[in-house]
Design a protein around this ligand. Sequence first.
Ligand SMILES: O=C(O)CCC(=O)C(=O)O
Ligand SMILES: [Fe+2]
Length: 294
Amino acid sequence: MDIADYQTSPNIDPLVKEIEDFGLMKHVIELEAYGMTVVPPETIGAAADFAERLKNAIVRVCEKRNGLDIGNSATADLKPEQLGKNSWFLMEEDKVFVEAATNPRMLALVRWLCGQSAYLSGHTWIMKPEGGQGIGLHSDAHGIPPGGGHIAHAANASWLCTDYESEEDGPTVFVPGSHRYGRATLPHETDLETTPFKWVPLIGKAGSLAIWHGATWHASVARKNPGLRVTLVQVFMRRHMRPIHLWEGEISPQLLDKHPELKRVLGEHLYPYKEQNDYRRVAPMMVTGTDPFA
Ligand SMILES: O=C(O)CCC(=O)C(=O)O
Ligand SMILES: [Fe+2]
């Protein structure tokens, strides 16, 4: 018996079929059990040259936007701060970014996590050179407080454009199963050296898709190998994560200055994320994942 054949559930029936037809059952199980999975190139169904084209497009856009000569990414030796700038809003730069955002197998997993109405909330590259530092353990489900439920409000679908073979490549690392904790990390849990949680590095070939439930705790480690780690990060979200209005720029500064409480409720938000963001907005956004009264 295939329950999907009875067509009782229009949103999930076609997805169940797709997941089966695409051979993604193992990945759905890993998403449920561990909150993350890595789909290898042979399963994700992208063109054979997809990862190479994506990597080249990212390198070329970074060179153009930041006035750099990166050359061969396998040997390039630049500073992390040179490579990290102007990394958002890539869609119109090359058709490979559209391919990345619309891969049918990837979308089946995104929709498994965030529903049929999931949308692409933002995308950006990571290029990490030798010596590039790691970042601490965190969740990507900012703003979802403890008690916010175990459904995925966000999903991170990241394309590996270079091989992640070992920790020396400076990969993302994960705490398997942490999506079930239903909260973001507290300050004393974030340091990979001292956290009591067990973490594992993301290992995968270029062209793999790493996808995780937005609440799964992850971090990254420093890169020790030469050349660049290149990744396209895509964050998908559920519809309710969109505001009705983007107030910024819509209300006169005079009115806001006269009414500080109005300024507060209209928000000085982290989102929509801007390239040159005010970093003082990051911590208040992240703390909302740890305290319902934040
Ligand atoms: O892989 C990394 O360097 C960390 C990426 C990350 O935190 C994210 O994509 O949300
Ligand atoms: Fe993250």
